[in-house]
Design a protein around this ligand. Structure first.
Ligand SMILES: NC(=O)c1ccc[n+]([C@@H]2O[C@H](COP(=O)([O-])OP(=O)(O)OC[C@H]3O[C@@H](n4cnc5c(N)ncnc54)[C@H](O)[C@@H]3O)[C@@H](O)[C@H]2O)c1
Length: 275
């Protein structure tokens, strides 16, 4: 590959915080960004041993410095402390990916309540989802933005979903399944668009870019065959996204390859919302 193109996509020595970094997609992004040369920091609420173990795996595999910090993104003081720890260690924060969310896969037996009928949906769950999916992104942005403003450079990516622009088709769960994608999930993902545009406009004078990335569901072993068939039929390719298929988009958004892009919403959905 020509060196100019390599440079365009290179994240050499950049420091990237990924919230929900110990999750299914968070780890895929961490792996990709570190392969591009970034030092990645996983912010997650899972136990410390797990998060640090995953960070070590990345360090061992790619020779960059990865860090795992147990932090609840809804706790503003804890987030401020964690971001300061990153800044003290690396001297900079170049990339923030607001990726953490309450997002159980359908079929996850521990998450039945999150698929409850809307009129019965527990209001405490609604509040929790707003707190994690939306307020958490605001809290992390508030903590990282001043560092980026000062260095007059930085990238923030809010992780949405295609349901930010078109609501969920509950028929994917099967006729009469009694399962519904949480209205709180859909509402918070839609609201992240507002958060993206507000911060993009606010931070543009400082050379800091803010974009949103909206993919459709990626297949996991937790999905049963029938669900996969129904969900896949909703997009133009007739299949679910496979692990790894969002890495290129994330690299594009984090790198200089997207240097003139801010306030945008990048939808990667196999043509689902174009139908
Ligand atoms: N998986 C998909 O197919 C898909 C599709 C579209 C959008 N998304 C979005 O991508 C993002 C990642 O999804 P995923 O499938 O990897 O989910 P996941 O559940 O595997 O990962 C989410 C991570 O966030 C962490 N987390 C939850 N609450 C937290 C908190 N308060 N503080 C810190 N960390 C917290 C969890 O511990 C978990 O590791 C989410 O925003 C999701 O809405 C996922």
């Amino acid at each position: 590959m020509h060196s100019d193109i390599k440079k365009l996509f290179s994240l050499e020595n950049r420091v990237a915080i990924i919230t929900g970094g110990a999750g299914f997609l968070g780890m895929q992004y961490a792996d990709t960004l570190s392969k591009a040369g970034a030092h990645v920091v996983l912010f997650d609420i899972k136990d410390e041993h797990t998060i640090q173990g995953l960070a070590k795996k990345i360090t061992d595999a790619h020779g960059v410095e990865a860090l795992g910090i147990r932090v609840d993104i809804t706790d503003a003081d804890a987030v401020e402390k964690a971001v300061t720890e990153v800044k003290d260690k690396f001297g900079t924060v170049d990339i923030l990916i607001n990726n953490a969310a309450m997002n159980p896969a359908v079929g996850d037996k521990h998450a039945d309540k999150l698929f409850a009928p809307y009129e019965q949906y527990p209001i405490e769950l609604w509040r929790k989802e707003v707190e994690v999916n939306l307020t958490g992104a605001q809290i992390c942005t508030q903590a990282a933005a001043p560092i980026m403003m000062k260095q007059r450079n930085g990238v923030i990516i809010n992780k949405g979903s295609e349901i930010a622009v078109a609501t969920y088709d509950h028929r994917a769960y099967g006729e009469g399944s009694g399962k519904f994608k949480s209205a709180a999930y859909i509402t918070t993902k839609t609201s992240l668009l507002g958060l993206t545009r507000s911060w993009a406009s606010y931070l543009a004078p400082y050379g800091v870019r803010v974009n949103m990335f909206c993919p459709v569901g990626m297949q996991t072993p937790a999905h049963d065959k029938e669900f996969v068939k129904r969900y896949a039929s909703l997009n133009m390719f007739g299949r679910m996204a496979q692990p790894g298929e969002y890495n290129g988009t994330m690299l594009f958004l984090c790198s200089d390859a997207s240097s003139f892009m801010t306030g945008a919403n990048l939808i990667v959905d196999g043509g689902k919302t174009a139908w």
